[in-house]
Design a protein around this ligand. Sequence first.
Ligand code: PDD
Length: 287
Amino acid sequence: MPQLAYVNGRILPLSAASLHIEDRGTQFGDAVYEVCAVMNGRILDWQPHVVRLRRNLAELGISLGIADGPLGLQARRLIAANGHSECIIYIQVSRGTAKRDHAFPNAAPANLVMTVRRFDFAQRLRQLNSGVGVITRPDNRWGRVDIKTTGLLANVLAKQAAREAGAFEAWMVDGDTVREGSSTNAWIITNGRIITHPTGPHILPGIARDSLIRLALGAQMVVEERPFTLAEALAADEAFLTSTTAPILPIVTIDGARVGSGKPGPVTARLAELTWNEVARQTGWRG
Ligand code: PDD
């Protein structure tokens, strides 16, 4: 079956799907996006993703000419048409196609595209046993990384550096402060306290992050939303990361130095249990 994509109301083969070369997403990174996990054919946390998309569109003054209900229907239609029960759906909205000019065009409708890719979530369950390594990079991104724009060059370079170092992720460090990973939120655990950077302009408010906080609080665990330093992370008992494509993964090394025992720890394991139970509750997927 050919892969199918959605472009402004039409579903067509991915190989034939395109936007005009003067799409503002291409020329200016003037676009926002979402990535949602689909397991058992069901979209995880759809509502929070839509809320975040709407917030980002509002922040940038992009008007998307499709309401939430039809957007969800089109997303589900594309998922069904592709026929994968475990996949990710990528949703991108740009300010539209217009003659290149930095200022907003007057009457360009937004461009909405969606793609679906098969995704092996079971590998994330296997990685719970081994954990992953991260490296650190200076956070040289712009000042509003809470807006999920396609302007991801700093993130791309950081992730490539991680790849070349044999690490899973690069933590973006600003001065002494660990902000987040290039495509994941960052967490440490010290004396049973679960610590992550607060929301605001310096991190993306991850949907997986939000979900984990809710689950941890519901299990009477202690969560502190506050900045933490790299030194604190190196001295922490445990560390982990969260994102749509890696709902929770233990971090066992930072720049090659062991975190805690150098093995995935018990608090992360408990949080992973809560996370995957929630996935099963929402989607019925159990690995
Ligand atoms: N990345 N921080 C950054 C910089 C991100 O790009 C992401 C998501 C996250 C985690 O957010 P969430 O829990 O909503 O996935 C944190 C997506 C998956 C991506 O760009 O592919």
